[in-house]
Design a binder for this molecule. Structure first.
Ligand code: G3I
Length: 381
């Protein structure tokens, strides 16, 4: 998040704390109380009856608790915006790069790989007892495909295999797991798969090829298929399950599924989410919640209010509980949040007129009620 936005946030905190003599406090049915001096506060600090001081999220789970970080010289990079580090280091033991380990970044020219920034992130993770999850080796998103690849006229199958092999070989021993293929399913096409340039040049086989190449290059890395919306589209889930069954029958080395969980405060019902987790877990695959955040501002409010903040608490809590109930301990591969503070969320970059507060921390790094929803679920409350 850039310094201007943070400056505004700090201004709001001064305004909220100074504008009335008492803090209104309220408790949602979950017993969480959060205090605010105004119903239109942008900074709403959460509390919980279970802790007198803020617990460390990573200490509440027997699996990795992660967050998506910016790196290199990005304005929100952990190497630039260092005031975020105490919060990151306290709560998380797993990192994933939002951008710098994508195709365009790591493989900028056909014969050129660029690892410097990702190596620095891997070093940071190793120095702070964190694991590094690699995101993502193959993804159709146009702005993340290098220009040379878009114009490639050679043998696409061997080019993609080499892309995966080179990168997984480089990071072997430093990247614990990979989103080998991201978002390949498209329930609107006849095949059920996205008609990306990879699909159009190689066919559906590009998917299994990638897992075979990744396993060969780094036998110790845990290999995931990462996707959004499987918990809200029965059709998309069915296509995924068929692919999992097929891969399992043919011993394609896919270890787990990442449910991105760019979810909403309002839908889908938690039972639907839980059933989707269970359908994959019942097949023996590991499950990661890989990019969790929560669109909350469908009413286009101008500020986060107490009601929304407490609803986020309840919603985060019910989804994390669903994960714990549906996925056996040995298959729980972790929960990663897609950013730290609300103001830096990708959801706030989609449309200048749209604001949202989808994450666990306020822009001043104070924990929101949503944070305590996650903490209470992890702790079994
Ligand atoms: O760092 C530059 C900055 O220097 C420049 O001023 C600014 C304006 O051009 O761009 C900044 O880079 C942006 C980068 O995010 C860092 O903020 C890129 O333009 C922008 O394309 C990039 O967007 C990322 C997007 O994936 C595409 O890679 C988002 O941050 C990231 O949250 C989003 O994450 C995806 C997952 O990979 C896959 N699942 C969906 C999820 C959300 O879309």
């Amino acid at each position: 998040m850039n310094s201007l936005l943070r400056g505004i946030a700090v201004g709001v905190v001064v305004w909220v704390c100074g504008c009335t003599s008492h803090s209104g406090s309220t408790s949602s049915e979950s017993g969480t109380s959060s205090s605010s001096s105004s119903s239109t506060a942008t900074i709403i600090v959460g509390t919980s009856p279970y802790w007198s001081s803020t617990p460390a999220l990573k200490d509440l789970a027997s699996f990795p608790i992660g967050m998506e970080v910016s790196a290199a010289n990005d304005t929100r990079s952990i190497f630039v915006l260092k005031d975020q580090l105490p919060t990151i280091n306290k709560h998380f033991n797993s990192l994933v790069a939002g951008v710098i380990m994508k195709m365009r970044y790591l493989h900028p020219a056909e014969k050129t790989y660029y690892y410097t920034d990702a190596d620095a992130l891997a070093d940071y993770a190793a120095q702070h007892a964190m694991i590094l999850h690699g995101h993502t080796l193959i993804w159709h998103w146009d702005s993340e495909i290098p220009a040379w690849m878009k114009n490639y006229t050679g043998d696409w199958e061997s080019m993609l295999n080499d892309h995966v092999t080179q990168i997984c070989t480089h990071f072997a021993g430093r990247v614990t797991s990979w989103d080998v293929v991201n978002e390949a399913i498209d329930e609107t096409t006849t095949s059920g798969f996205r008609e990306s340039m990879f699909y159009n040049h190689v066919g559906k086989k590009y998917i299994e090829n990638a897992y075979i190449a990744a396993r060969a290059a780094d036998p110790n890395a845990v290999l995931y298929y990462n996707e959004f919306g499987m918990e809200s589209s029965a059709q998309k889930l069915a296509i995924l399950l068929a692919m999992l069954d097929d891969f399992k029958a043919r011993s394609i080395p896919l270890d787990g599924v990442g449910f991105q969980m760019h979810t909403s405060l309002y839908s889908p019902k938690v039972d639907t989410i839980k059933a989707a987790f269970k359908a994959v877990a019942d097949r023996g695959f590991k499950i990661r919640i890989s990019e969790m955040d929560m669109q909350s501002n469908i009413g286009h409010a101008s500020a986060l209010d107490l009601s929304m903040a407490n609803s986020q608490h309840d919603r985060y809590k019910e989804i994390i509980k669903a994960y714990l109930e549906a996925v056996p301990p040995a298959q729980r591969a972790g929960i990663t949040f897609w950013g730290l503070v609300d103001g830096e969320s990708w959801l706030n970059y989609l449309d200048p007129s749209y604001k949202d507060w989808p994450l666990l921390f306020n822009d001043d790094y104070s924990p929101k009620p949503a944070f305590y929803g996650v903490a209470e679920a992890l702790a079994g409350y």
